[in-house]
Design a protein. Sequence first.
Length: 149
Amino acid sequence: MKKSVHIRNLTKSDLAAIVNIEEHVTGVARPVYWEKRIELSEAIRPHWASLIAEIGSQVVGFILGRAGELEFGLPSTVAWIEIIGVDPAFRGQGIARALVQTFVESAEDHDIKTVFTLVSADSQEMVGFFDRLGFAQGKMLHFHKNLAG
């Protein structure tokens, strides 16, 4: 039987769980990075933009996002999904979908009409995921410059 996913606002107490999920996904633990990201999230980002997914009392996923006004020449307030992570042991259970849907619904509740994210063209899994959720490749172009070093 599939257990229900509960979505709630992210708090400082979620630090260890987020570090653990990222380490399971990437093999790298970055507690100092995540401590700073969570502090930033609590200080300047809307509370609805950083979320935790739980099954029972276990943190199984997270999403960090933000809202921005008139960025990149856009004419209105938009929301950005910056980072999403799901514990590999819980993939395929709709956790990422639930996180994104809650994020989108919260953005709509705040009169935001557009949600953006960036996905590597090499990550067909993520491209397909966002495509299935109704996201489409936008008109903005991504530019970068490699720096010597």
